[in-house]
Design a protein around this ligand. Sequence first.
Ligand code: SF4
Length: 579
Amino acid sequence: MATATATATAVKSTVVKISSLSPSQDFTKPLNSFVPKILPESHKPLQISLSKNPISEVFSLYKESRNPENSFEGDDDDKPREECGVVGIYGDPEASRLCYLALHALQHRGQEGAGIVAVHDNVLQSITGVGLVSDVFNESKLGQLPGDMAIGHVRYSTAGSSMLKNVQPFVAGYKFGSVGVAHNGNLVNYQVLRAKLEENGSIFNTSSDTEVVLHLIAISKARPFFLRIVEACNKLEGAYSMVFVTEDKLVAVRDPFGFRPLVMGRRSNGSVVFASETCALDLIEATYEREVYPGEVIVVDKEGVRSLCLMTHPEPKSCIFEHIYFALPNSVVFGRSVYESRRTFGEILATESPVDCDVVIAVPDSGVVAALGYAAKAGVAFQQGLIRSHYVGRTFIEPSQKIRDFGVKLKLSPVRAVLEGKRVVVVDDSIVRGTTSSKIVRLIKEAGAKEVHMRIASPPIIASCYYGVDTPSSEELISNRMSIEEIREFIGSDSLAFLSINSLKKLLGNDSPNFCYACFSGKYPVEPRGKVKRVGDFLDDGLSGNMESINGGWIERTRNQEEVSDKNLYLKQEINLSG
Ligand code: SF4
């Protein structure tokens, strides 16, 4: 798919403010009953003036510090990671600035790349970069993004050259115009789709599954534009909560299983906002209206807000981990308060796995709400026994391999006055590899605790996620390799208990079939087809000269970068010998 090149023709904007829309008008059409209208010729985009290649400029110094040789992945890295957060705004003259603020609110969903595409005078203008939202944007950059329609993205990714090109939103040109897309989730049939597209001549610029969506839109013959999106989405399998922007439309889509969240709100001037979490709506003073339903496409343009059903699924499979770890506690996700969920997880732990203790503490920040619930139910004081430093980035430079344990100490400091001589319950949200948990237990014991009892506010993680969350391979997951007693011994705590999956389901009540629990059960709602790209995987996209990329293929067991380097070295040696 070729991206549109810049043309000099000036085109008057066709974007109309949506403030005239009445909220009561917007969802009068039930799902499935939407009859697409063929737009008259005069409503079609007249001219594409500018469309940036998905390989976007990079505005950050952050990349300079991402040297895997001398950086250390801190304690946060023993957690699953959300890949992305998305936002879309229609009908506000400050759209890109609001996008920027909303991305700040979603920063916890991805810290390694951020971008905004704004539409002004029928031109899609994009700024993306590597680093935090505050690294990528400043006043002058936001000044370059005028217009009353914008989409934004924050991304989590691993290091490497691919990261620079994979920062979203992507913008591409197709026969009738330009389209920008921001995607949260992961497609499980990405490899199959990409192979087919490449067979038919498509050329890819990135290793991101999102680019496949743009190609599918480009080759679709459906009209009007949003039916191209529907046709493309019908070919996708896996998790996608996406926002698209064109010259005159904002479109929000959620996959039929509703793995990843996407909500809709409205500002007092009538502008419509989509965001991954309600915390983004709160920050920009938009009122939460509802979720984008699983399988729904919402189109916002000068005609108003219209909804149509992409594909229904009898049982959605929303990611329960949003409630356990990813989402902020002040968000409402899948119609539930994250704070209340986490507090109840803690209460259940206190009821089902009680232990005599003097104090309840949390692994901050994600364990705090569950610890509050545990403490309240147990009738024991909650105290801040560990203090998190908010000034250490997710990675930092270590002077030497030998003192790596300082990593946890840099981020978490024990409070001796709280811990000394006490029987301590410490609540965390999850255990992934177990390495950080063992360091935390040691930290608490070194501060004088008499006993340390670990309580985990989620079931044991035994399987990897294929739907947009970066988890290590199953072999690396401690709960997949060890019994609970073996894990207790490994981390060195006096006792260890997890939230049981049955209790979790019981808490969700009638809603429980509507959640995905695959990382606790290994039962995947959508089976991956072929090897599935996960964010931690290394896919060489053929642009960085890796010899194994000649077929655009996957590299086996690629999460271990040393192995990849060794393999490449071996290949090079072989070639040298034969040459
Ligand atoms: S496998 Fe786990 S992390 Fe992935 S979507 Fe399902 S519940 Fe969420």
